[in-house]
Write a protein that binds this ligand. Structure first.
Ligand code: DGT
Ligand code: CA
Ligand code: CA
Ligand code: ZN
Length: 583
């Protein structure tokens, strides 16, 4: 480790100690130590070899030991233990401008906030302004800091980025100078969040296109503008890159700037092994002088793959995770399409924390031509979400039976519940009642800070419960907002397989949980999923589209997704746990 890296760790130790309310002298010893180390002129190697590190002004024995350990091994048990002893949510609050460890400690102790999300809520509820040493002004500043952190933070949720990206592409395609235009980059690959947007345009007259691009209404800043390249930043903090290329180069540029980098590296190797050189400008024999004169033609992206004896790789799969091997042999299974969805499970109504009634939600599901949809309101332990107790759940079940029998709607309603998995792994509601429902989504909504082994045991126990049909949002993550809780996903997948339990792919764009990276392997083992919008209002039904894209990134076919099946087929699957649905 370098001086700089060790100094960063010492600074972090100081902050962690401060968050824990440790002795101020101890804290200062670390932060001063970090500063001294950064400005130290002698080489650390010499000082350690000569055993004279302790002679440096301000370096006590404890500090010397730690610096030596970090220098020699690159790790420090003391630091690791310290990190583990502070909740990650509290540490992340340090990223908010103007919030130091001291203030965070007060906020945590007086208001009980342990995450940025909870702090944001406390600001909204005007709870911070009243605290000693804070006031309205500093509350506003914190709230603003949280907002900016999301907006100007490194990444942007795909779902939000799309609101910006789609009108831009439409605008480009409407320009007479534009011959072809496409999204590229992580947005086209449907990553859950994107660093920036990328657009590739084919045209022989780039000037007006560049001018249009930088003059768009929402542009707040033009960060670069050349003859064929431009970058802009929007109000939301999101940035976008545009590249205009001659038509001949379009598919090569599109492929290159779609990425990912890992995929591109493998593609270039593939080309080289065939004596070819691949770039954003073309594909040419290695020995040829220029792409300009010697590139092979590609009328489509598929041509590029074919020229390298590969089947076309859908953009979602271009992550350098085995797609080239597959494209060079059997190709890909037919990935699921949004249009394959025939209904959805895991949705909320006004009975718990949803915004629309059972009837309104059913009407909306019917308008989407879904064959069925499933209610899954919260259970009583989620009191903050007005979770249902046994009596209210029974009433809802009666109402669902009535509605199904009445023929008022053509869309069938499955009765379900999103039942809390209690900290000990038991389910929150009476099992006999849960068995009367058509299905149960079991989810963790509390005690997120359990250790990995506790959390894993807890979830596995819930999976083994015969009432559980599906596991809800496996890790509880909220993308860009809240970390996942610790859980051994492999053990959970194995338990689900062993107990015929479905693991949902929660399609809320902030969740997309279980993560796409885990699906290919899980599905190969036979795991089934359900793409669940977790809708709290009719417009949230649209989330399934985000879920389908995540499923595609996980190499999933419609086969693995139960809500691509017809009503009869779904009943047959659910009847494995609920005999009343058989026949
Ligand atoms: P992002 O924006 O961070 O979400 O991710 P991307 O994949 O959109 O990355 P970006 O915008 O930096 O670049 C777009 C694509 O361009 C990237 O996926 C691959 C290609 N590319 C950019 N820089 C390089 C590079 O240095 N090497 C290679 N092989 N490809 C690159
Ligand atoms: Ca990008
Ligand atoms: Ca970019
Ligand atoms: Zn939930």
């Amino acid at each position: 480790m370098t001086k700089r890296e060790i100094a960063d760790i010492l600074n972090e130790i100081a902050m962690l100690l401060e968050l824990k309310g440790e002795n101020p002298f101890k804290i200062r010893a670390y932060s001063n130590g970090a500063r001294t180390l950064e400005t130290l002129e002698e080489s650390l190697d010499d000082l350690i070899r000569e055993g004279t590190l302790g002679d440096v002004q301000g370096f006590g024995k404890a500090l010397v030991d730690k610096i030596e350990t970090l220098y020699q091994t690159g790790t420090l048990e003391f630091y690791e233990n310290l990190k583990d002893s502070v909740e990650p949510g509290i540490v992340s609050m340090l990223e908010i401008p103007g919030l130091g460890a001291k203030k965070i400690k007060i906020l945590h102790e007086t208001l009980g906030v342990s995450s940025i999300e909870e702090l944001q809520k406390a600001c909204e509820e005007e709870k911070v302004a009243g605290l000693k040493g804070f006031g309205k002004k500093s509350q506003d500043k914190i709230a603003e800091g949280i907002k900016n952190r999301e907006a100007y933070g490194k990444r942007h949720l795909w779902w939000r980025a799309r609101e910006v990206a789609e009108p831009i592409l439409e605008g480009l395609l409407a320009l007479p100078e534009v011959e072809k235009a496409s999204h590229a980059g992580s947005f086209r690959r449907k990553r859950e969040h994107v660093g920036d947007l990328d657009f590739i345009v084919a045209s022989s007259r780039p000037e007006r296109i560049m001018e249009w691009f930088v003059a768009q209404d929402q542009v707040r800043e033009v960060t670069a503008k050349g003859e064929t390249k431009a970058s802009v930043r929007f109000e939301s903090g999101l940035q976008a890159d545009l590249r205009v290329v001659p038509l001949k180069q379009f598919n090569f540029a599109l492929h290159h700037f779609t990425g990912s980098k890992d995929h591109n590296v493998l593609m270039r190797q593939r080309a080289l092994s065939r004596g070819l050189s691949l770039s954003e400008w073309g594909l040419k024999p290695v020995e040829a002088e220029s792409f300009e004169e010697s590139s092979l033609d590609a009328k489509s992206e598929a041509d590029i793959f074919n020229l390298l004896d590969l089947k076309f790789v859908p953009p979602e799969l271009r992550e350098g995770r085995g797609e080239i091997e597959a494209a060079g042999s059997d190709g890909f299974p037919e990935l699921i399409e949004p249009s394959a969805i025939k209904g959805v499970f895991h949705n909320h109504t006004t009975a718990s924390d949803g915004r629309s009634s059972l009837e309104e939600m059913t009407a909306s599901a019917q308008a989407l031509r879904w064959e069925y949809w499933g209610v899954a309101d919260h259970s009583k332990a989620s009191f903050q979400a007005n979770g249902l107790d046994e009596d209210r759940l029974l009433q809802q079940l009666e109402r669902i039976r009535e509605l199904n029998a009445s023929g008022e709607f053509t869309t069938y309603i499955f009765s379900g519940n999103e039942c809390d998995i209690l900290p000990d792994g038991s389910l929150d509601l009476d099992e006999e009642l849960l068995m009367k429902l058509d299905y149960v989504v079991s989810s963790v909504h509390s005690s997120f800070s359990q250790s990995e082994s506790e959390m894993t045991r807890r979830i596995v126990k819930a999976i083994e419960n015969p009432a559980t049909t599906m596991l809800g949002h496996l890790t509880g993550r909220l993308l860009l907002r809240r970390e996942a809780y610790q859980v051994d996903t492999q053990k959970v997948v194995d338990a689900a397989l062993a107990n015929d339990v479905v693991i949902e792919l929660n399609a809320n764009p902030y969740r997309l949980d279980m993560d796409w990276r885990l699906w290919r392997n899980a599905a190969e083992k036979g795991l089934l999923t359900s793409i669940n919008p977790d809708a709290h209002a009719p417009e949230h039904f649209e989330f399934v589209e985000a879920g389908v894209y995540a499923a595609r990134k996980g190499w999933l076919t419609a086969e693995s997704v139960i809500n691509t099946r017809s009503l009869q087929e779904v009943k047959a699957i659910l009847s494995r746990k609920r005999p009343h649905l058989a026949d």
